[in-house]
Design a protein around this ligand. Structure first.
Ligand code: TYM
Length: 322
């Protein structure tokens, strides 16, 4: 069985970009591979400085992932910070990581541009991420397009390590699917918390509706045909509708006769129908905090069996162990 791994930062609510870009596909892997999924709480420290928020977000993202269909028997589901070996590995990897490799990180530059403080942790973010991946000898990493460069860095670091010390690591492959690689937000840019353009799955329903109704469109008159190319409405509708329903939707837009509000309402209904069972499971999980704790504790135990085996090999390879 292939080993599949991915992580998500607990940096607020789950949005539909996370869902279609990563979570949904991660869940599909459960029946075909050995899957490990984790909550990247160490990574979140680069942006969240309020301990109460961090605790709350970790819990929310855990419930969200479970509600979306993560099966804690099939998958190993854990918090990154439950596994101390990840830091030992990150240090060892940092010792062979060229500074220039990290200086080229788009994500670092973007985050600085958006006002995050340029800490050492933010700079070495991709090294910790490489450690996440390599510690579990992961082969396939389902992610959205924005993680592509991080995956390239992880591959470079793994290769550099193997060349320096002998074959220890498997070389991971990104699993990026073109149609869902970049889910647009309500303004047409990549959906992202830092652009404030997200549709949050488990947020307030009125707010969700308000945001869907404010999806950016052009000023085509009601009667006129609507452009499909670049239409955020059509892209989002496609994610949640049957192919035949999507065809009808775009045929109707091409024909004209309806204003954008009509299509936004159709989209809202479809989104709500799609996420209804997931939202219901989330509500149930909210009533059962003990269950979420148990799942994460069990996941940490199983993840640690793998991490300890890898770290022993790594220590041996670099000369920290006789
Ligand atoms: P994060 O928490 O920003 O996002 C989680 C996943 O959601 C994907 N995603 C999107 N996909 C398509 N369209 C969008 N608009 C969109 N927005 C977010 C992201 O690509 C990601 O797959 N660095 C990672 C967390 C991480 C990790 C890892 C991932 C830490 N260690 C090891 C894989 C392997 C991050 O911040 O993702």
């Amino acid at each position: 069985l292939k080993r599949v791994l991915s992580g998500i930062q607990p940096s607020g609510h789950l949005h539909i970009g996370n869902y279609f870009g990563m979570i949904k596909r991660a869940i599909e892997w459960q029946d075909k591979a050995q899957t490990l999924y984790f909550i990247a709480d160490y990574h979140a420290l680069t942006s969240i400085k309020d301990p109460q928020n961090l605790r709350q977000y970790v819990r929310k993202i855990a419930m969200a992932f479970l509600a979306c269909g993560l099966d804690p028997i099939k998958s190993i589901f854990f918090r990154q910070s439950s596994i101390p070996e990840v830091h030992e590995l990150a240090w060892i990897l940092a010792s062979i990581t060229p500074f220039g490799l990290l200086e080229r990180s788009h994500s670092f530059k973007d985050k600085i541009a958006k006002g995050l403080s340029p800490t050492l942790a933010l700079f070495s973010y991709p090294v910790l991420m490489s450690a996440d991946i390599l510690l579990y000898q992961s082969e396939i990493i389902p992610v959205g397009q924005d993680q592509k460069q991080h995956l390239e860095i992880a591959r470079d670091i793994a290769q550099k390590f193997n060349n320096t010390y002998g074959e220890v690591f498997r070389i991971p492959e990104p699993d990026i699917q073109e149609e869902v690689a970049v889910i647009p937000g309500i303004d047409g840019q990549k959906m992202s918390k830092s652009y404030n353009n997200t549709l949050e799955i488990f947020g307030d329903p009125q707010e969700f509706k308000r945001k869907v109704m404010s999806i950016k469109t052009d000023s085509t008159p009601i009667a006129a045909p609507k452009p499909i190319q670049g239409s955020i409405l059509a892209s989002l509708y496609k994610l949640v509708a049957q192919p035949s329903e999507y065809e009808e939707f775009i045929e109707s837009m091409k024909k004209g006769g309806q204003g954008y509000a009509y299509y936004k309402k159709l989209l809202l209904e479809k989104l709500n129908a799609y996420f209804k069972p997931i939202r219901e499971r989330y509500k149930e999980l909210e009533c059962n905090p003990g269950y979420v704790d148990e799942v994460l504790a069990d996941g940490a135990y199983r993840a640690r069996l793998i991490s300890q085996e890898t770290i022993r090999k790594v220590r041996q390879a670099v000369g920290l162990l006789d």
